[in-house]
Ligand binder design. Structure first.
Ligand code: SF4
Length: 230
């Protein structure tokens, strides 16, 4: 990681608290973990290049069509693609799902990731990150949402906000931003802060036309002054 000055944790905390006051996404606490992290891994994979609604429809169709992950593993790529079509890039996602099933079975001799619950976080990161099509954001989502481990997933909204607020330099990669946030934010807040940043990015700090005049962070944010938006 290219060295860059870390943001002041107290300043970061106060701005994230502002977002919590605006969006109320559980500032702390644990999500309801899935019984099998394999569900979360496939769900997160299906979220690539689509919205939550289409992701959920594709996942629901997959669960309705196949009785178990073992059945999914025995299906053809075309059969899986036809079922998850609503989630977009179906052929690519179907191939990735089959790749996941193969890798999971070779490690656990079963189509389940319940065994990850006994692994340390570093080992889980390496194992999941080595599966083709499973990127750092997907790994962090499974860690946070399905295993209750400290991880701060960085999607396009979290990355944009982090850069505009000056927490990360313009060229910083999502993986580097994740390391920055996991360093300066208290891990009890990862879940709520991640959700609040996404909500803020979707509704106020949008990619093309951020609504800076309506943003509670505008006094601390350089972006509107740099762009002469205020
Ligand atoms: S002031 Fe504007 S650029 Fe800065 S965080 Fe708010 S909406 Fe985004």
């Amino acid at each position: 990681m290219k060295p860059q000055k870390l943001p002041n944790p107290e300043v970061v905390r106060s701005l994230l608290d502002e977002l919590e006051g605006l969006w109320h996404n559980r500032a702390s606490g644990k999500p309801p973990f899935s019984d099998d992290p394999l569900d979360g891994l496939v769900l997160t994979l299906l979220s690539q290049n689509t919205n939550d609604k289409n992701r959920d429809r594709a996942f629901g169709s997959l669960k309705a069509r196949f009785l178990s992950w073992k059945d999914v593993a025995g299906a053809t790529r075309q059969e899986i693609a036809d079922v998850i079509r609503t989630g977009g890039i179906a052929n690519i996602k179907a191939a990735r799902i089959l790749g996941i099933m193969e890798r999971v079975f070779s490690e656990f001799h079963d189509h389940t990731l319940k065994g990850l619950k006994d692994w340390d976080t570093g080992r889980i990161r390496t194992f999941l990150g080595d599966i083709p099509g499973v990127g750092p954001k997907t790994v962090a989502c499974v860690l946070l949402f399905d295993l209750g481990r400290p991880a701060f997933p960085v999607d396009t909204h979290v990355a944009r906000l982090s850069k505009r607020l000056g927490w990360a330099d313009p060229g910083t990669s999502p993986e580097e931003i994740e390391m920055i946030l996991e360093t300066v934010v208290d891990e009890d807040h990862f879940l709520g802060d991640h959700l609040n940043m996404i909500t803020h990015g979707r509704h106020i700090c949008t990619a093309r036309s951020p609504l800076c005049a309506d943003c509670p962070l505008r006094e601390a944010c350089e972006y509107p002054r740099e762009r002469k938006l205020s």
